[in-house]
Write a protein that binds this ligand. Structure first.
Ligand code: GLN
Length: 484
């Protein structure tokens, strides 16, 4: 049952082969058994999950079920969920019980899905290894001495270990795709604006985007059908007609033009990763695709540009955490200013403080033009490279991450090494494009390798088709970690 797809689970529920309460209990039992070892969840609340399951069973009995009704889905702890502890991986929000639902959460509730728990994550989604979480690191189910990637590492580990059927993530610079790659699962970051950011705790608002993580492209498509949609409470949410993201899954790939950016295949990529990517490209040729050489000349600047812009936005967004209305407040202080200072110094971890300092610096008078404005200009050039590339190809492919999962602690004292984990993913966020990662083999340490598929704006259904056809022809996506 833990290997069933969302579609199979939905069919079983509607055919009354299993009830939602039974299914939810199965997952809760599995979590109780495996989560202590993986630390994939920050909050598990069986009572609330089972209450939702009961309601879903009533809906199933009444014959008014949707595709995901009764299916347990885990939620990244960045999404506010009414009456659930919502920490964003931070001590700053260790006591914050959300009084309202994020748009994404209400969409899942309306669909009748079960909130199975809140997954662990890097603090305020800043990180690539899940080691910055106040709640301790998440372990990679393929090798618990290794990181699951980040910042959606709890979600990636939970899906890979079959602790939930599918789950949500967010991606500001790679946080859906990179952990998906490192844990051997599939993940999709939609076009900026397709999923509402309302109630999703803000990191860098012009880059943040929610998306699904699951075991197959088909599952991601069903998740997208629930997650996507206009919401007037997010001013960057796009007003578009409702899409069925499963509509193109079964189209053949004949004539597909795959662009390979020469910059992605230069130095920097591990040779084991390169081997798996090359094999995946060969498989696509068999499926009828043709290869086009393209160039993204400015993509090499994406990491430095991101580490100006994302901290700038973060320093502004995180100014709301001041110990006054909610969240952590220092127990002892002299006056109001001292309360602010101590609450923020004690409530935020080292990586978050580093970003706030960088962001405040690049936004300060005298440096604003030199750093912030310059980075914004280069951001436009990076986006323009993709516009040029898509004149010659339909999708772009390359690695998701330069290496497979590294050891816990391996990059802990070197932030720049950690930042380079996202070298292939960040340009996609800067351009606002959709990107996904699917499993395509294993590297030297028997750790999963992810293939990145980048689409043009609003081409999610086509990308899911491209991924699904590969998953019909290969079985990398159905491999499970040993002992799980
Ligand atoms: N690893 C990147 C960072 O630390 C991206 C994080 C993300 O996408 N949320 O900022």
């Amino acid at each position: 049952m833990f290997e069933s797809s969302l579609k199979q689970l939905g069919d079983a529920l509607r055919a009354k082969k299993i009830s939602s309460v039974e299914l939810t209990q199965c997952y809760l039992d599995r979590m109780a058994q495996l989560n202590p070892q993986l630390n994939a969840f920050i909050t598990i609340n069986p009572e609330m999950s089972l209450a939702q399951a009961k309601a879903a069973d009533a809906r199933l009995a009444a014959g008014s079920a949707d595709a995901l009704t009764g299916i347990p889905i885990a939620q990244k702890d960045i999404f506010c969920a009414k009456d659930w502890l919502t920490t964003c991986g931070s001590k700053m929000l260790h006591n914050f019980v959300s009084p309202y639902d994020a748009h994404i959460i209400s969409q899942f509730n309306n669909a009748g899905a079960i909130n199975l728990g809140k997954t662990n994550m890097d603090e305020f989604a800043m990180g690539s290894s899940n080691e910055t979480s106040y709640y301790g690191p998440v372990k990679n189910p393929w090798d618990t001495a290794r990181v699951p990637g980040g910042s959606s590492g709890g979600t990636a580990a939970a899906v890979a270990a079959r602790l939930c059927a599918a789950a949500t993530g967010t991606d500001t610079g790679g946080s859906i795709r990179q952990p998906a790659a490192l844990c051997g699962i599939s993940g999709l970051k939609p076009t900026y604006g397709v999923c509402s950011r309302y109630g999703m705790i803000a990191f860098a608002s012009s880059l943040d985007q929610a998306g699904p993580m699951g075991r197959s492209a088909e599952d991601l498509a069903l998740m997208m059908n629930v997650m996507a949609g206009f919401d007037e409470r997010d001013s960057t949410s796009l007003q578009r007609d409702k899409e069925d993201y499963t509509r193109d899954l079964n189209k053949p790939l004949t004539g597909l033009r795959i662009g390979l950016p020469k910059e992605f295949f230069a130095e920097g990529m591990g040779s084991d990763v390169a081997k798996a990517i090359e094999a995946a490209i060969a498989e696509y040729k068999k499926l009828g695709a043709t290869i086009v050489d393209i160039s993204l000349p400015n993509s090499k600047l994406s990491v430095p540009v991101y580490y100006v812009l994302a901290p700038a936005e973060a320093s502004s967004n995180l100014s709301r955490f001041d110990g006054v209305r909610y969240g952590y407040r220092a127990p002892e202080y002299n006056d109001l200013a001292d309360m602010y200072e101590k609450s923020r110094a004690q409530g935020f971890g080292a990586e978050v403080q580093r970003r706030i300092m960088i962001g405040t610096y690049v936004l300060s008078h005298g440096y604003y033009d030199a750093y912030y404005i310059k980075a914004q200009r280069i951001r436009r050039l990076i986006a323009q490279d993709f516009v040029e590339a898509y004149k010659h190809c339909d999708v772009i492919m390359g690695p998701t991450s330069p290496s497979t999962a590294f050891k816990l602690g391996e990059k802990g004292d070197d932030p720049v090494q950690m930042y380079l984990s996202d070298i292939y993913t960040i340009a996609v966020n800067l351009a606002g494009l959709p990107g996904m990662s699917i499993p395509c083999g294993f590297g030297d340490n028997d750790m999963p390798v992810g293939l990145q598929i980048i689409g043009n704006y609003f081409n999610e259904a086509r990308m899911l088709n491209v991924a699904h056809q590969y998953q019909l022809a290969t079985d990398w996506h159905s491999r499970a970690p040993k002992g799980i």
